[in-house]
Ligand binder design. Sequence first.
Ligand SMILES: NCCC[C@H](NC(=O)CCC(=O)O)C(=O)O
Ligand SMILES: NC(=O)OP(=O)(O)O
Length: 312
Amino acid sequence: MKHFLHESDITSLGTWLAKGRELSLDPGACRNLGKGKTLCLLFFNNSLRTRLSTQKAARLLGLEVMVMNFGGEGWVLEFEDGTRMDGAAAEHIREAAAVVGQYADLVGVRAFAGLTDPEADAAERVLDGFRKYSGLPVLNLESATAHPLQALADALTLEQHRVAQRPKVVLSWAPHPRALPQAVPNSFVRMMARMPVELVITHPEGYELDPAQVGPYQPVYQQEEALEGADFVYVKNWSSFREYGKVACQDPSWMMTAEKLGSAAFMHCLPVRRNVVVEDAVLDGPRSLVMDQAANRTVAAQLALMHLLESL
Ligand SMILES: NCCC[C@H](NC(=O)CCC(=O)O)C(=O)O
Ligand SMILES: NC(=O)OP(=O)(O)O
């Protein structure tokens, strides 16, 4: 059975990007592919883009869609086997996932990192529970360690705007008042490793990404040095991995500004905190690609759903 849990589920990125270009020109080209099938989207966390773009993509493929905010409205789930469920959890993942399997043909799940226990987050128990017990192809709508739909939309956006043969792409950490997951930078770094780009990663000391996720890399701790000659600057906050889930730095000098950006294009997955992560002038200026990225989320979701439909 096919899943879309991780960027590695894209075996031929070139083929996917080429198909994405075709879908951008003719979004309804495969409008009967999912006819008679139902996609169920389960959100354990908030969403704007993923929620709407995946529904739009599904409808463009002829799928029926059901959406549920599981975080606020579903039963509290148990994930451990063999426990006596006399606490808060009302339902085991074994039943919950299998029940969804009775109503849908495909399932999408959003379940962020808890950011308290790195091993529990790495185990991806929600996503993996649905993979094991739903009997359905599973679509990752951002999990604890990965956001492959975003990374695919980012790759499509880079391809559309690439001028240089091998552009310089800088992933630049930014300050944020809250502790955010590492899923977006993990997936972005893994995706860039498969693209014809020079990737430079800049963040304060202590914000190293998990090498088990992204492989070994040499960060540039001086943002200014990293940004020299950049063609694309991808800005994102994430919480510390070393001091797991902690906000170890809030230094406002890491905020992206129009001056620092220079002639580079600006990228961010959104939602973004204005004048904390990036100043207004960048988002409102001509070099921002954030709406192209958001638009490409629909294409990315169509590609991922087409991949899942192949196993039905
Ligand atoms: N799906 C895109 C990003 C989602 C999440 N951001 C957030 O939760 C931002 C919330 C805030 O700004 O309060 C993240 O970084 O992984
Ligand atoms: N970029 C992204 O995944 O946005 P949402 O969290 O709003 O879905």
